[in-house]
Design a protein around this ligand. Sequence first.
Ligand SMILES: NC(=O)c1ccc[n+]([C@@H]2O[C@H](COP(=O)([O-])OP(=O)(O)OC[C@H]3O[C@@H](n4cnc5c(N)ncnc54)[C@H](O)[C@@H]3O)[C@@H](O)[C@H]2O)c1
Length: 328
Amino acid sequence: MMKILVEKDIRQCVGVNQTAFNAVADAFSRLADGKATVPSIVRVDVPEFNGEVDIKTAYLHGLDSFAIKIAAGFLDNYKLGIPTGSGMMVLVSAKTGNPEAVLLDNGYLTDVRTGIAGAIAAEYLAQKDIHTAGVIGAGAQARYQMRGLKLVRDFKKLLIYGIIPEQVDDYIREMSAELGVEVIKAESAEEVVRNSEVVVTTTPSKDPYLKAEWLHPGLHITCMGSDSEFKQELYANVFSKADRIVCDRKSQVFKLGELHHALEEGILTDSSNVTELGEITSHKKTGRQNDQEITICDLTGVGIQDTAIALLAYEQAEIKGMGLDLDA
Ligand SMILES: NC(=O)c1ccc[n+]([C@@H]2O[C@H](COP(=O)([O-])OP(=O)(O)OC[C@H]3O[C@@H](n4cnc5c(N)ncnc54)[C@H](O)[C@@H]3O)[C@@H](O)[C@H]2O)c1
């Protein structure tokens, strides 16, 4: 039997909430415990249309199924009035290899699991009391990252900087109502960074814009926009001002994330002190130690997150009796 789940059902099964937080945090812990098989990412670049399609997957040892995900990011889609991100997942039985479900989520599950990774980073790395958060970019992840942050920190004010004014206006209207906080348009990325206690960078920028001299004691930055070698949001020397550097998976961020540029420019080496998020969720290493530390978490998105969130969607759909069951 094969279950087909469509986006509107999946949205009723999974959201940016504590259940998803626990599932994704558990997946990071399993990765750190050596209980995950994570193949390399397959990426198809389509430069003619400013796009890429990634295939990500991971088997979490002991779990009944694992996800294989196809995720697209086509940056010019906004000109067509459609989202940049899309995709789907297939859930495969870890016992028989048989496909069990097709999750036609249109990229929703990727958005949620990425927002949750940001929430996990903030839970362990941000100061406990946050008044002002900041976000750079005004697209899907600017929304999901702030939903994730609100789950773990009760911030009151949100500064946003984006380069397309209409997107920023839409964001302010939507997110001030949804989060119940004051959302304010900043005139520059510098204004956001200098005046926030937590900043999340969510753009596909190819040119770095976030400068080391804007950092201040107590700041936490999550950078999640760069997930391929030609993207970069932070100048590489930003990392030389960080007291604590964390990432989702070292082997990925040193190739695809911000840390790839820091490595290339000699700001860091292979043996620099970089902690994986799972080492913190599994209590092998510690997060922030005081209110003065500057912390940075580099996220590129790991297949373990996809398996965790797809399994959650499937389990919830089974409980709620949702989806179309077909004889394959
Ligand atoms: N790390 C992960 O796990 C992960 C997961 C999903 C997406 N991503 C990446 O995150 C990025 C954002 O994804 P999205 O779905 O939110 O895209 P999106 O297109 O919905 O939003 C991107 C936003 O950034 C803005 N922007 C672009 N360049 C900018 C700049 N220099 N300064 C300020 N704003 C700028 C755009 O105008 C837009 O508002 C992409 O690079 C995507 O590949 C990473």
